[in-house]
Design a protein. Sequence first.
Length: 240
Amino acid sequence: MKLDPTQQDILLDLATTERSLDVVGDSAFVTPEQKELDRLISEHARMRNAAGSAQMAVDDMEAEILRIQEDERRLRRRERDDKAQLAAETDPERRKDLEHDRYSAKSRIADLMGELTEAHNEIHALRNNRDVHGARLDDLARKIEVAERAAEAANAAHAELQNPVERVAELRSQLPADVLAEYDAQKKDSDVGAADFNGRTCGGCFIVLSGTDQKRIRNAPADELPQCPECGTYLIRKQA
């Protein structure tokens, strides 16, 4: 394929731009700073849900502690009432019932004290977990503020750059139709229509060519685009 040397860099620019679009697609239009901001926002949302769950666990355990304490108070009142009644009761059967009830109340109080100790130990860990999530949320919020400013600046700068799709159309408009047809046919065949040649290696398949092929490509006429013997890619040499 022949192409004026002054237009060969245009073809190489076209091939490079199209390959970039083929690899990254629409993500090429998203700045790294915006991607980092999106990641932080997503992480913040997950952490907010986790922090909410941690707070709910604390709330549930606090409610459980209140329930245990209320049960304890109720049982202690019952135990004191049984004790008071025993002091005045003379009927053996009634005394027996009161003793049994008092014993049951005291036994249940002992159980509740064990439950209360465990609950206090657990709520201590739950509160620590909640506080850790809160600290992470605060840290993420600060990072998001910084990332927002960085993304805003990067996006503004990126907006001033030419859209790669528009760049492709502009480059194509500068090349002859027959050259584009051969380039497109080769691109369809091997995914790479044209690439640079550094004197030894094909920029399309990255294979180091034999000395004979290297010499043939270097010595080809300036207006000719030799092809890689391995992949068929049109090779563009640096202009002297």
